[in-house]
Design a protein around this ligand. Structure first.
Ligand code: SF4
Ligand code: SF4
Length: 138
């Protein structure tokens, strides 16, 4: 009986406390400043230096550059850029090494899908993922 009373007392005490659960997805989530979400890629900023792909611990970045068609622009421009989110661990290393901030983190995180194929995100998709860019606008 004492145990039951103790249990009920604990239950009533919890009822008056502030809730720690979040009404996702109806309530917007507020993430910490350093939250690592899905990357935004800005192709016009990319100099095809390959540093992001080289540092990636899971080899999930594939990129191909091509010669610039603009005679005033030296060097390569990006042609294709893909990230495989089946194996990306959102470690942030690619964004840390990028010298031009062509690849940056966002706080977007919803990638759930019924197909693994949909976890391959290409240049266009990553370019369009330009909301909630960490540290400012894209
Ligand atoms: S966040 Fe990490 S694992 Fe994902 S693409 Fe960048 S370097 Fe690779
Ligand atoms: S590190 Fe940045 S500039 Fe270099 S290839 Fe990757 S995204 Fe492009």
């Amino acid at each position: 009986m004492l145990g039951f009373a103790k249990g009920m007392a604990y239950t009533f005490k919890q009822l008056t406390k502030k809730k720690v659960t979040h009404m996702y997805p109806d309530q917007e989530m507020v993430w910490p400043e350093r939250f690592r979400g899905i990357q935004h890629f800005a192709p016009e900023k990319c100099i095809v230096c390959n540093q992001c792909a080289r540092i990636c611990p899971t080899n999930c970045i594939n990129l191909i550059g091509k010669k610039s068609e603009d005679p005033n622009k030296k060097g390569k421009v990006i042609d294709t850029y893909d990230i495989n989110f089946e194996i990306c661990i959102l470690c942030d290393l690619c964004t840390e090494v990028c010298p031009t901030e062509a690849i940056v983190m966002t706080t977007n995180f919803e990638l759930a899908s019924y197909s693994r194929d949909e976890l391959f995100k290409n240049l266009e998709w990553l370019d369009d993922n330009n909301t909630n860019v960490r540290g400012g606008d894209a």
